[in-house]
Design a protein around this ligand. Structure first.
Ligand code: NAP
Length: 303
């Protein structure tokens, strides 16, 4: 057996195998950060099920390269790349306008893009980068696309979070990270924000035909570790038997996309293709409400 086969065998002891032949013909999906990693695998899978997929990518050339790759791999794939920089609210507005101008419907918004454990930086609007991209950027994108999602109901929003949300705390007194910035704390804060946003979105869209799910993809071999220092990378590599391929890592997102809504829990947190319990902070209704209000205030929106 090859090394890759051995590793896959070992992983299957920890992670259940999952597959589905559900078709998504006639459905439209937006996947953010779809030029690489989990986003690209998710986009490829949805395209293979017949969905029209908009690859929302920061870099147009990388987005188009990913689209060409998917078209080569998936016969008849209907994919298109569009520019979206989640670190710039003007870019998010332009992207949303382009979706409204070309799409009659949007059934799946997959908020996948992410930046992790990077040195201190800010978005074009002055938000700390990890909170700004991972949470605020997707919060704003969802706000702008919600009318189309409602119009296309039943529809879904899927937010990529992480098991690391359990180490997170929302630092309402220092969301810009100006007083004390720690790359890991900023990342886990943003991933906790993904869980809280999902929970509150699910509550607010009840009865509208739009449902929301947060996903922990597991430990996946992607470029997400680009900013992580070598000693930590070495520690992560000792768990290589548990590290999923991007295709394996995308399973839970795809599970939340294709499983009938009646079998899923709106606002819930999913791991390894099953409902899981987020940490206490991820279930705190007060924090979820406060985060919603603060996010609206920072973005200057009423929602
Ligand atoms: N891999 C894991 O082990 C793991 C574990 C838990 C959670 N997650 C979550 O899974 C999601 C996908 O991560 P991944 O592992 O696939 O990482 P990845 O390979 O680094 O891909 C991240 C994607 O996000 C895009 N992105 C970053 N900043 C952006 C911005 N300002 N605007 C638009 N797109 C932007 C990147 O674009 P560029 O290529 O242009 O940089 C890339 O397409 C993330 O939300 C991450 O937090 C991953």
């Amino acid at each position: 057996m090859s090394k890759a086969g051995e590793m896959q065998g070992l992983r299957s002891l920890f992670y259940p195998n999952w597959s589905s032949d559900v078709r998504l013909d006639g459905k439209t999906a937006v996947v953010t950060g779809a030029n690489t990693g989990l986003g690209k695998e998710t986009a490829k899978d949805l395209a293979g099920r017949g969905a029209r997929v908009i690859l929302a990518c920061r870099d147009t050339a990388r987005g188009e390269e990913a689209a060409r790759h998917i078209v080569r791999e998936v016969k008849g794939a209907k994919v298109v790349a569009r520019q979206l920089d989640l670190a710039d609210t003007r870019s998010i507005c332009r992207f949303a306008e382009s979706v409204y101008s070309t799409e009659k419907a949007l059934h799946y918004l997959i908020n996948n893009a992410g930046v992790a454990i990077c040195p201190y930086a800010t978005t074009a609007d002055g938000f700390e980068l990890q909170f700004g991209v991972n949470h605020l950027g997707h919060f704003f994108l969802t706000f702008l696309l919600l009318d189309l999602l409602k119009h296309s109901a039943p529809s879904r929003v899927i937010n990529l979070s992480s098991c690391s949300h359990a180490m997170g705390k929302i630092h309402f007194d220092d969301l810009s990270g100006e007083k004390r910035y720690h790359p890991v704390k900023a990342y886990v804060q943003s991933k906790l924000a993904n869980v809280l946003f999902t929970r509150e979105l699910g509550r607010r869209t009840k009865g509208l035909g739009v449902t929301a799910y947060a996903v922990d993809p597991g430990l996946v071999n992607t470029k997400i570790i680009r900013h992580i220092k070598q000693p930590l990378v070495d520690i992560i590599k000792t768990f290589r038997f548990m590290i999923k391929t991007p295709a394996e890592g995308a399973y839970t997102t795809i599970y939340c996309t294709v499983t009938p809504a009646e079998e899923l829990s709106n606002g819930g947190f999913y791991r390894d293709c099953a409902l899981a319990t987020p940490c206490n902070a991820g279930r705190d209704e007060g924090t979820a409400l406060k985060l919603w209000a603060v996010s609206c205030h920072l973005l200057g929106i009423h929602w």
